[in-house]
Design a protein. Structure first.
Length: 270
């Protein structure tokens, strides 16, 4: 399938509209009245909560790949943090990522990097995604869980509730930086894992696809940029396999181990 035939799919207008609103909202950060270092600090903190703990640690390494186990209350907390990243429902996120690993860089991979950087970065989501029809068969372990069902259905109202809370806490500057700027950062940094780490960097392992290890994506995404390592050992809780491949999420998992909260941690050599 070429880019031309890919784009013959119907547009996903609700996604296009939502992305336009979020990116437009982030532009208000350039207004002097919306800038404060407190708001910037809030954005960084929420980026770590939603992108680091939520997406990287929770939805990706814990649930999608079951690289380790934690108490159920902690799993639910991390998945809730992932829902605040507002990258669709949590069941959909997990199902599509499992589908990606099964078909990485093949024609039916929904963000196949062979179709170009733009397509793998975000172009694919602006159209209807056929892979969504296969989500149920990839998510049988979580689809019946009422907490996952709630976060799948109501992730957008939860985001709106967060925005209202931030407004009462610090006004519009908190909303602009804590919601719009943060979401733009979480989105594009996460998408770099689909695009940049299939285009730039080096390959340590023959993983059967174009996945690469890209240091700057790893720094932006708490270790997710060591993507070739991950595709070679997708069930490993540690992605930075060499001593100089900094993996902040692996460090977090080690802390959880020390606290007795993480168990059955899987590694590449297991």
């Amino acid at each position: 399938m070429t880019i031309a035939t890919s784009t013959k799919r119907p547009y996903s207008w609700h996604v296009i509209l939502f992305m336009a609103i979020v990116h437009a909202g982030a532009l208000f950060a350039f207004l002097p009245s919306n800038f404060s270092w407190t708001a910037v600090g809030l954005m960084v903190f929420l980026y770590w909560i939603t992108g680091g703990l939520g997406i990287t640690l929770g939805l990706h390494r814990l649930v999608t790949h079951r690289s380790f186990q934690v108490p159920k209350w902690l799993e639910y907390f991390l998945v809730f943090c992932g829902s605040l990243a507002c990258q669709g429902g949590v069941i959909e996120w997990i199902g599509l990522h499992r589908h990606h690993h099964l078909h990485s860089d093949q024609d039916n991979d929904h963000h196949d990097s062979g179709k170009g950087f733009w397509w793998s970065h975000m172009g694919w989501m602006l159209y209807e995604v056929p892979a969504k029809q296969e989500i149920p068969r990839f998510t049988k372990d979580i689809s019946g869980d009422p907490v996952y069902q709630f976060l799948e259905e109501y992730f957008l109202p939860v985001q709106i509730a967060l925005a209202i809370g931030l407004y009462f806490l610090g006004g519009w500057s908190f909303v602009v930086w804590g919601i719009f700027v943060r979401l733009v950062m979480v989105y594009h940094f996460t998408w770099f894992v689909n695009s940049a780490t299939h285009a730039f960097g080096y390959q340590t392992y023959d993983s059967g696809d174009r996945s690469t290890n890209c240091w700057w994506v790893a720094l932006l995404t708490f270790g997710e940029g060591w993507h070739n390592n991950h595709h070679a050992y997708q069930y490993s809780a540690r992605h930075g396999l060499r001593w100089w491949e900094i993996d902040f999420t692996w460090m977090t998992i080690q802390v959880l181990q020390l606290l007795g909260l993480a168990r059955n941690v899987k590694l590449a050599d297991d």
